[in-house]
Design a protein around this ligand. Sequence first.
Ligand SMILES: Nc1ncnc2c1ncn2[C@@H]1O[C@H](COP(=O)(O)OP(=O)(O)OP(=O)(O)O)[C@@H](O)[C@H]1O
Ligand SMILES: [Mg+2]
Length: 357
Amino acid sequence: MPLLRPALMNNTEVADDLTIKNRIDSDETFDIYSLEDDKGYLYLFKNLEKNNIINSRHRYKVIYLDTFYGKRPAVIDPEYSRKIQEKIRKELTELVGLDSVAGMKELKELLINEVINPLLNPEKYVKFKLGIPNGILLYGPPGCGKTYIVRKLAEELGYNYVEVKASDIGSSYIHGSVEKISRVFDRARSLSPSILFFDEIEGLVPNRDNLGETGSYKQEEVNQFLAEMNKSGEENVLVVGATNRPNLIDNAVLRSGRFDRRIFISPPDFEARKELFKLYISGRPFSNKINYGKLAELTENYVSSDIELIVEDAARLAVRNDLSEIDEALLESVIRNMIPSVSREDLDYFKNVGDSK
Ligand SMILES: Nc1ncnc2c1ncn2[C@@H]1O[C@H](COP(=O)(O)OP(=O)(O)OP(=O)(O)O)[C@@H](O)[C@H]1O
Ligand SMILES: [Mg+2]
C-alpha cells in the first residue's frame, strides 16, 4: 500500500512549545508523530472529526489541528505504541459504563455512592459498619432504561454479567424452575464478581395472592430464590431485579430485606431528554444548529426508547432523502408523527408509585 501523505508537516507547531519532529507511524486512520525535545508523541486521527469525539471522561486533552485532510483531532501522550493509539481512539469515541447513561444525574450519584463504591471498596464501608448491597430492585415504566442501566452498571464495575428473563426460567413442570434458579445462581457464582440480573422479576417471584392453585409450587421457587440470594453478597454476586409492575412481586421477597436498595427509574426529565438526543445523534452526521432544548420540550411524555427511535427514524429518513445530515426540521417532523409508547395514565401511575417510596 502506498504510504499516505502525512497530515502534518515536520516543524509544525501544534501547541505552545510543541513542535512536530517527524512522522513515525501511520495507517489510513491515524498518523503518529514524535515531538521535538522528547516531549512525547502526537496521535492524529485522520478519520475522525469534531462530531465523532465524545471524550466523556476527559482523560485526554483533544486539540484540533488544521491538517492536509482538514481539521482533525489529536492527542499528545508521553509514550508511543499502536496499542496506545487504539486506547486513545476508544476513549475519545466510545462511552463506557455510567457515562453512556444519559441524564439521570441523581440516579448515577446514588449508584456511585450506594452501590459502586461499597462494592469496590468494601473495607472502608465495613469499617464504618455500613452494609454492602446484596440486591437491588429497579422499577418503573417501560422503555426508561432499567435493563440498559444494569448492563452499564456491570460495565462500570468491571463485573461479569448474567442476564435472565423470568420467562426463560418459568417451567411448566413443578420442580423444573427451582432447579433452574439454582443453576443460574451457580453460573453467576462461577463468574464472580458478577451481576446476576433478573429481568421482569415479577414473573419469577410473583405475588402469590393472585395465583390461586399454582401458588403452592411458586412457594418453593420463592424459597429457593431467597435462599440463594442470602449468600450471594458474600460470594461477590450482586443480584439485580427489574420490573415495571412492582405490585406483582411476591411480598416475602420485598419484605425480606434482600433487595436492600429499591430504585425508581423515572421517565427522562427535560435535561435527560436533551442528553438522550445528543447521545443518539452523536456519531451520525448532524447539523450544528439543532436546538436540543426545543426537542426536549416537544417530547415531554416520551420515554428514553422513544427518543432513541426518533433519532433512528430521522437518520433513516435522511438516508432515504439523500440528505447530508440530520437537522432540526427532520427531527421535529419525526416527533410529530410518533405517538409516545407509554400512555399518560401509565406514566401517572408510576409518578405516584415513585413518590410513595
Ligand atoms: N438513560 C439512558 N441513556 C441512554 N439510553 C437509554 C437510557 N435509558 C434508556 N435508554 C435506551 O432506551 C432503550 C430502552 O431501555 P430499556 O430496555 O433499558 O428499558 P426498560 O426500562 O428495561 O424497559 P422494559 O420495562 O420495557 O423492559 C434502551 O435500548 C436504551 O438504549
Ligand atoms: Mg427491560
